[in-house]
Design a protein around this ligand. Structure first.
Ligand code: RP5
Length: 163
């Protein structure tokens, strides 16, 4: 985590989500995007979650990434309390492999949007990249880093050899 006011808030419903969400943390760190990560639950800490998200914009947060598994209402609850874009990451649950989390996160009734990413680690990585892309709209240096990231990713694919 970087020592400046955070632009991105990464929150997750349980510490058990960290194995997945550390991938978002690592990507944001590699792009030098100031961010903070913490556990907040829509059902276990409803008051603190509402307070945190309500205050996010005034603290300078520009994107909220919210990850949860099972009856994953965290991202929707966050979106209800802020105008800042909320990106939802459905955590892969043990019982239903994250299909429950996906549907709970993606099926927001019209009016309160959540930008939902893929289930699990791919969703965590893409949430970070999408947050970076949102920030990059107004930050040319970040846009250049994103361009380099994509170029290097492509070069890596082209370097692949098969047995
Ligand atoms: C959700 O319940 C969390 O986001 C987590 O994915 C799931 C299980 O939580 P734990 O029982 O592992 O704390 O709230």
């Amino acid at each position: 985590m970087l020592d400046t006011a955070p632009l991105v808030a990464v929150i997750m419903g349980s510490k058990s989500d960290w194995d997945t969400m550390r991938q978002a943390d690592e990507l944001l760190t590699s792009f030098a995007v100031p961010h903070e990560c913490r556990v907040l639950s829509a059902h276990r800490t409803p008051k603190e979650t509402a307070e945190y998200v309500t205050e996010a914009e005034s603290r300078g947060i520009e994107v909220v990434i919210a990850a949860a598994g099972g009856a994953a209402h965290l991202a929707g609850v966050c979106a209800a309390h802020t105008l800042v874009p909320v990106l939802g990451v459905p955590i892969e649950s043990a019982a239903l492999k994250g299909l429950d989390s996906l549907l709970s996160t993606v099926q927001m009734p019209g009016g309160i949007p959540v930008g939902t990413l893929a289930i699990g680690p791919a969703g965590a990585r893409n949430a970070a990249l999408l947050a970076i892309a949102i920030l990059a709209n107004k930050r040319p240096e970040l846009r250049e880093k994103l361009r380099s990231f994509r170029a290097e990713q492509g070069r890596k694919v082209l370097r692949e050899t098969l047995p």
